[in-house]
Design a protein around this ligand. Structure first.
Ligand code: ACO
Length: 435
């Protein structure tokens, strides 16, 4: 981050006769940031920004979004190019290391990930503590947090080699944990990882294979899942990534920080939207009902929102949604399921909403999760596992951001301020004297 030479903003408190000169910090691309880090000592005020809509809490080199133009870059590479030409393992390397790997580097890196896919048998037994209908996100969050008990004394966050092993371990084991949560829900035996399969195929095998008969992963499903993982791998300072950064900034064990990210992702305003979209489409049922549900989405007294629509940063098409919509047609056709009524309904809903003044004026477009559930369903993944799939992919982004933060010598604990609106100072009244 550089100062923009000569560019400053003057802020004056005329009543107190004080002023502060705020330097402007420039990134590589995108709008510059006003540095307010010395505002309070100079003017005795904080900034007030509910939901952090206007606040950059960090500088970062990992992912860039231009929400108005609908642009998403991982380490500078457009998501469209990565979706077409890359793979999840290569994107994982790119996000973690910062550059695309050579063939040798990619083979070595994939080898490291494969080496760590098994989880400790004791950890596997944790699942038995959950009722069969526990939500898989609750199980995944708890088991990931429990990994901090297995790797605590051996994890020095200031040791780069320890951080690297942590990165390989969690990225390798998160599919095993995800699949174990699913198997526990079904009451089926856990399936061990197969290191001869690639990342997505191994996960599908652990989800769907059973010990009593052979199972062959469908290459179309594996390719679709790999692509969905590429699209979900990182998205700069979203709610779950900021949660991982905040938890990690205290020096907490990184498995605990990742578990905090899983929990933050679960909400329907964030990663839980993929599950909510499918429930919503089923609730709408037929094209005839769309106007009724659109009216509900616009009604401020109703809690109903059009799930999979709107985004804090994108005020244009989410570029990932465009890719997924196109991919949905191809995947369903390849699987022989192109007469999918939910896809038809989703397409019609998008078409109608995008012509509606309410959605136009608020710049509400389909986001990444509007179509992803249709693909997950088509490849046999149950709805309760949709957000878990997102968590598997996003683990890479969380780890990349945690690494970036911890390796920064200027890292500080994350600690937002507040505008206090409670009672002013008052004296305690004994209970006998209270009326
Ligand atoms: N349906 C109906 N109205 C909406 C929707 C929606 N999906 N999204 C936003 N709006 C309206 C709001 O009511 C508000 O209207 P107002 O100006 O009249 O009050 C306006 O659009 C701005 O919305 P905010 O809530 O202020 O936008 P914010 O940036 O805080 O929220 C969010 C973004 C949470 C994504 C929101 O659009 C939403 O709830 N969408 C549905 C859930 C969803 O799909 N989440 C996934 C996001 S992508 C991801 O995290 C992977």
């Amino acid at each position: 981050m550089n100062d923009k030479p000569g560019q400053t903003f003057e802020l004056t408190d005329s009543s107190a006769g004080r002023s502060a000169s705020l330097p402007v910090r420039a990134g590589t691309i995108g709008p510059a940031g006003l540095d307010i880090s010395h505002l309070q000592p100079e003017l005795d005020v904080f900034t007030y920004d509910p939901g952090f809509g206007m606040t950059a809490a960090t500088e970062s080199r990992i992912t860039y979004i231009d929400g108005d133009a609908g642009v998403l870059l991982y380490r500078g590479y457009p998501i469209e190019q990565l979706a077409e030409k890359s793979s999840f393992m290569e994107v994982t390397y790119l996000l973690l290391i910062g550059e695309l790997p050579t063939a040798k580097q990619l083979a070595e890196f994939s080898g490291h990930i494969r080496y760590h896919t098994m989880i400790n048998e004791t950890l596997l037994r944790f699942f038995n503590g959950f009722h069969h209908n526990a939500h898989p996100m609750a199980m995944v969050s708890a088991v990931v947090a429990s990994m901090s008990a297995f790797y605590h004394d051996t994890m020095d966050i200031h040791n780069p080699r320890h951080r690297e092993i942590f990165a390989h371990r969690i990225i390798a084991k998160i599919p095993t944990i995800a699949a174990a949560a699913h198997k526990h829900s079904l009451g089926q035996p856990f399936i061990y990882p197969r290191n001869d399969l690639d990342y997505a195929a191994n996960l599908l095998n652990m989800l769907f294979a059973v010990p009593c008969e052979p199972y062959k992963v469908d290459p179309i499903a594996a390719k679709a899942l790999d692509l969905l993982f590429v699209l979900h791998a990182d998205h700069e300072q979203n709610a779950s990534t900021s949660t991982v950064r905040l938890a990690g900034s205290t020096g907490a064990n990184p498995y605990a920080a990742i578990s905090a990210g899983v929990s933050a992702l679960w909400g329907p305003a964030h990663g839980g939207a993929n599950e909510a979209v499918l429930s919503m489409l089923e609730q709408i049922g037929t094209v005839d009902n769309i106007p009724k549900y659109l009216a509900m989405a616009k009604d401020k007294t109703s809690h109903f929102r059009l799930m999979g629509f709107g985004h804090r940063v994108y005020k244009n098409f989410d570029p990932r949604a465009k890719i997924i919509r196109e991919m949905t047609h191809k995947v369903l056709a390849a699987l022989g399921r192109d007469d999918n009524p939910l896809l038809e309904l989703a397409l019609r809903l998008e078409e109608i909403a995008l012509k509606d003044e309410y959605f136009i004026s608020r710049k509400l477009y389909p986001n990444v999760d509007f179509y992803s559930g249709v693909i997950y369903s088509a490849i046999g993944i149950p709805r309760s596992m949709f957000t878990v799939m997102f968590a598997v992919a996003r683990t890479v982004g969380w780890v990349a951001h945690w690494q970036e933060m911890i390796s920064d010598p200027h890292m500080r604990i994350g600690r937002p301020r507040q505008l206090y609106t409670g009672a002013p100072r008052r004296d305690y009244i004994p209970v006998s004297k209270r009326t």
